[in-house]
Design a protein around this ligand. Structure first.
Ligand code: PRT
Ligand code: ZN
Length: 294
């Protein structure tokens, strides 16, 4: 069968639940059988492979998987920094798995900036990305490659600094480390192989990306409705970030007021609601959107 697409997602870890959830919300039913690392979608020409996140970039690059949901950090480390950036394209960010690859040093030590790392040792699981950063910054430091628990390296005396992923920053604090520079900002993305797809697979890919885009955009977007003075419509449009054409309808009983309905692409915060009210809006409703299909 050459019409089915093969998608790699992380088997277990920080990205796996969100990846499965996205597929499910895109209307793709997967029946996971215990012990099996591949799964055929029941109602869509898609097969999903459960693998380690480290392996996803190479599967995409060699075309053994057409698609992958993976941290952009991993694509940079495994492909871009090895001159293989042409082997894939990033189709879209997935709005989860946000983190940054940061340089960190002992809080109580003498190192304070990337310049101080000249001649020092940096422990990391991202040696290629760190090497590229050092070259760009014209710094010379020794890279100590460690598979995991990188934060312990300075305490063990095997490195002077670390370069690791940070999300809340809690792990750095617990290990007496502070960030001194961001090397790369990352989030999970949908990436596609550069190897050619069959016409059937291309059609499936279009359907899949449209659905995923609909789910990802809907997650952030809100539907907002309110009544407002007719002459405040332009002010109100300016108060809602990214708002495109709102629908403006006359109110049956109040001639100088209108109903405004619109899709807001970003979340609506309480501060915005307060500003809308100050501009004369009333009965402001903000409701979640399940899917967007353009
Ligand atoms: O078994 P497998 O190889 O598939 O999984 P893994 O253990 O290597 O990866 P996993 O699940 O930890 O991470 C997968 C991806 O999640 C990463 O490649 C990133 O794209 C993304 N991600 C987002 C993170 C984090 N946030 C994160 N905080 N990956 C790892 N961390 C770790 C970090 O290494 C550090 O140890 O969490 C710790 C720091 O967290 P905070 O919140 O204390 O700052
Ligand atoms: Zn991994």
């Amino acid at each position: 069968m050459n019409d089915r697409l093969r998608l790699a997602i992380q088997k277990s870890g920080r990205l796996s639940d969100r990846s499965k959830d996205l597929l499910e919300r895109a209307g793709i039913t997967l029946e996971w059988r215990s012990g099996r690392l591949d799964c055929r979608a029941l109602d869509f020409p898609l097969d999903v492979m459960l693998v380690r996140d480290d392996d996803i970039p190479e599967y995409i690059a060699d075309g053994s998987c057409h698609l992958g949901m993976v941290g952009a950090n991993m694509l940079v480390e495994r492909l871009d920094c090895r001159g293989k950036q042409g082997r894939y394209t990033t189709l879209r960010p997935l709005e989860f798995g946000r983190c940054r690859l940061s340089l960190a040093v002992p809080k109580d030590g003498p190192l304070r900036s990337p310049r101080d790392l000249n001649g020092k040792r940096i422990a990391t699981s991202y040696p290629n990305t760190v090497k590229r950063y050092l070259q760009e910054q014209q710094l010379e430091a020794e890279i100590i490659e460690i598979a995991g628990s990188v934060e312990i390296a300075p305490t063990l005396g095997i490195a002077d600094a670390i370069c690791d992923l940070v999300s809340t920053g809690g792990t750095l604090v617990s290990n007496g480390l502070i960030e001194i520079a961001t090397v790369y900002s990352s989030e999970a993305v949908l990436a596609k192989t550069s190897k050619p797809l069959t016409p059937e697979q291309s059609v499936t890919l279009d359907r899949l990306t449209t659905r995923l885009a609909g789910v990802v955009r809907a997650e952030k977007a809100k539907y907002i409705m309110m009544n407002a003075p007719a002459d405040a419509v332009e002010v109100i449009r300016g108060l809602i970030p990214g708002l495109e054409e709102p629908t403006v309808m006359p109110l049956h009983s109040q001639r100088n007021r209108v109903a405004i309905h619109a899709v807001a692409p970003e979340p609506i915060f309480w501060e915005t609601m307060e500003r809308l009210k100050a501009a004369g809006a009333s009965s402001i409703l903000v409701v979640p959107i399940e899917k967007i299909f353009d």
